[in-house]
Structures are given as structure tokens and as C-alpha cells.
Design a protein around this ligand. Structure first.
Ligand SMILES: Nc1ncnc2c1ncn2[C@@H]1O[C@H](COP(=O)(O)OP(=O)(O)O)[C@@H](O)[C@H]1O
Ligand SMILES: [Mg+2]
Length: 267
């Protein structure tokens, strides 16, 4: 299996501080990774590297075969091959555009609508992705009027629109209520188990948000990798405690879901 993403000794230094500190990590085709870590650990910075919007200060980052900063690597060719759904994207999208337009414009690499006819096939694809994310009833709603959960589902449909080889999700379940979270986890689980879906990397703070079908976990603390590998081996109480800096117990439930809690006082 080929590498979709390979970081070798990558550091990102800003104002003398390493936000990402000597990270080596590779994602192979078909893998579904979860990135776990406390606030400020460097998770979003890692996704910015993976989406080619940020270059390493030191080390090498190779995405879909292109090494960032090397002659011959054109990030403008790379970017359409990477789907990104995060909070930063939501702010860039016009609030008055409909849900369908919001997804459709992704096919043309734009954030705003253009005064041209879209291809019928693109519209069908946009409708299909929105349907998959449970957004069929909202096609004509203005993006700016959506709830948090509806907006997140629209952004994921949008990220899939260019048929990316790598899908990056930054805290897709943050801010959702319990029903919204469970609905999203179910849909992400379906996507994760779809052999035709792109390789995936999802950032989260909460093990409860890990959908069945995710195969690997990377834990990061203060810019450094705590552990990286198969979720079955690495998502342990010990690793999670090291990652978040307090004693935690992680449990796996029958249906491939996870929970974590702090140890009661006195233990
Ligand atoms: N452009 C920047 N310049 C300086 N510091 C930054 C910059 N972007 C992020 N940071 C800092 O880098 C650290 C990691 O940020 P981030 O990757 O967003 O963390 P996470 O997503 O894990 O919460 C944080 O301490 C944040 O304040
Ligand atoms: Mg973040």
C-alpha cells in the first residue's frame, strides 16, 4: 500500500516555539486515522500540514507523492485531491448560498457561486453526497441558517465533492448535542467502512466520537507524538493518560465504540 501522507521529523516552529515537534507519521492508502490530543497540542497544525496549507520548518512532508517545498510539487495540483472539513472553511463560505450551491461550488474549486450552469452530473453528485449525510431536506436552505450539526454535515458533503484521495476532518462533532453527535458518528462509521471512501484523518478530543471503522490512532501532546499505530493496540488507558496528562480509564464497548473517564479520587 502506498503512502498517502508521510511526515519525517517534521517540526513547525513559530516565535521560537515548536507547535509540531519532530513528528514522524505515515498514513497509508485506505487507513482511517483519529488524532487525539488536548487543546493546543498541535492537531489542527498537523491537518494544515496534511492539507498542504502549511509547510514544515524542518523535516519533510510528502502528500499524495508530492514533497512540500520541493521543485516539481505544485500545491495547487495537490489541494483539489484533498478534502478538508473544518471550522476555518465554514467561515469562508457565503452564508446566503443554499446548501446545494455550497456543496456544488466545491467541484469548481470555489467558495462562491459562479454565474454559469453547473453540469447535471455535478448536481447529481452534490445531491448524492448530501443525501448520504442526511441533508436532503435542506438543499434549498441558506447555509447561514443551518444549525451547527447541519453545517458540519454540509461541510463533509462538500469535502467529498472533489472525490478526494485524502479526507481531513477537524473536530467534526464539536458543538453537537448528543443526538447530533450520534447521528454524525453513525454516518462517519459508514464512510469509514466504505472501501471506496478516501483515506481519512479525523481530529477529536473525545474517544466517544470515534466511529467504528477507524483503524489507527495518533496521540499528540505539546506538539510531540505520544503514540501512533493501530487503534486496537494503541488506544489504551496508559497512552490516553499520558496524552491528556491525567489518569484516565478507557473502555471499549461491544459495538466498537469507546468511552473514557478520569479515575475516581483516591484511586
Ligand atoms: N500561526 C501561529 N503562530 C503562533 N502560534 C500558533 C499559530 N497557530 C497556532 N498556534 C499555537 O500552536 C499551538 C497548537 O495549535 P493547534 O494546532 O491549533 O492546536 P489544537 O488543534 O491541537 O488545539 C497552540 O498553542 C496555538 O496557540
Ligand atoms: Mg484544533
Amino acid at each position: 500500500m502506498s503512502d498517502v501522507l508521510e511526515l519525517v521529523d517534521v517540526s513547525v516552529v513559530r516565535e521560537g516555539r515548536a507547535l509540531v515537534d519532530q513528528v514522524s507519521w505515515s498514513v497509508k492508502e485506505g487507513e482511517r486515522w483519529v488524532i487525539l490530543g488536548p487543546n493546543g497540542a498541535g492537531k489542527t497544525t498537523l491537518l494544515n500540514l496534511a492539507s498542504s496549507y502549511l509547510f514544515p520548518t524542518k523535516g519533510t512532508a510528502t502528500i499524495l507523492g508530492g514533497t512540500l517545498g520541493k521543485p516539481g510539487t505544485d500545491v495547487f495540483e495537490l489541494r483539489p485531491r484533498i478534502g478538508v472539513a473544518g471550522i476555518a472553511m465554514a467561515d469562508k463560505l457565503p452564508k446566503r448560498q443554499t446548501v446545494l450551491q455550497t456543496v456544488l461550488t466545491a467541484a469548481y474549486g470555489m467558495t462562491a457561486t459562479w454565474q454559469e450552469e453547473y453540469e447535471e452530473i455535478d448536481e447529481q453528485r452534490a445531491r448524492a453526497f448530501l443525501d448520504r449525510l442526511g441533508m436532503t431536506e435542506y438543499l434549498d436552505r441558506k447555509f447561514g441558517t443551518l444549525s451547527e450539526g447541519e453545517r458540519k454535515r454540509t461541510l463533509i458533503a462538500r469535502a467529498l465533492m472533489t472525490d478526494p484521495e485524502l479526507l481531513l476532518l477537524d473536530e467534526p462533532a464539536a458543538g453537537l448535542d448528543l443526538g447530533g453527535r450520534e447521528d454524525l458518528v453513525r454516518r462517519l462509521g459508514r464512510l469509514a467502512r466504505d472501501p471506496l471512501a478516501p483515506s481519512m484523518v479525523m481530529v477529536t478530543h473525545h474517544v466517544e466520537e470515534i466511529a467504528p471503522g477507524f483503524t489507527h490512532v495518533l496521540m499528540i501532546r505539546q506538539g510531540k507524538v505520544v503514540t501512533a499505530g493501530p487503534i486496537d493496540l494503541e488506544l489504551t488507558s496508559r497512552n490516553l493518560s499520558l496524552c491528556f496528562g491525567l489518569p484516565l480509564v478507557v473502555e471499549r464497548n461491544g459495538s466498537d465504540r469507546w468511552t473514557a473517564q478520569g479515575l475516581p479520587l483516591g484511586q
